[in-house]
Ligand binder design. Sequence first.
Ligand code: ZN
Length: 207
Amino acid sequence: MKEIIRLLENNKAWAAQVEIDNPGFFARLKRQQKPNYLWIGCSDSRVPANQITGLLPGDVFVHRNISNQVINTDMNLMCVLQYAVDVLRVKHIIVCGHYGCGGIEAVLKNTASGILEHWLESVRILQHEHRRITAGELCELNVVRQVDNLSHNTIVQKAWDRGRKLFIHGWIYSVSDGLIKDLKLTRKGTPLGRQECAPRRARTGDD
Ligand code: ZN
């Protein structure tokens, strides 16, 4: 049980340090959350949204799943998305994948089984569409595909129809050096609402 007790002790020390660095921080945060960002990332323990972007509690609304999938019938993600867009009114949605993603590698090695195989179906389709692809390229293309899925989502499309300034970004993180690369897939609404922007194939810089 020592490893669990350590977490609770860490928490006390962390809360005290935050109050020292930002007096009144928790009292302000208690009143409301007003994050500017929605983060859709992988569940991988090496890719924590707040830490790798230097953000504090209250700054980013987070959804994570295996291989950062945007599946428009995923009720969990759809609830998060609707709340983030319509209630919290975030300005930016970031889809962040990462190199060395276990889900992507499982598809490439054909080792995904059970429910995970179903979950990663869109990655498998992507793999079939791009034969002779490296793991790094598939990690990047997965981000491209999820950004595309998100830009066609009705919650996002309706927000753009209403003239909302809502940006979707595609990033990829390298667990080997801690750096994020912007894949330059950014999409936004136009004054006329809905927009389309052909996704371009991203180049691999880290595999
Ligand atoms: Zn992953």
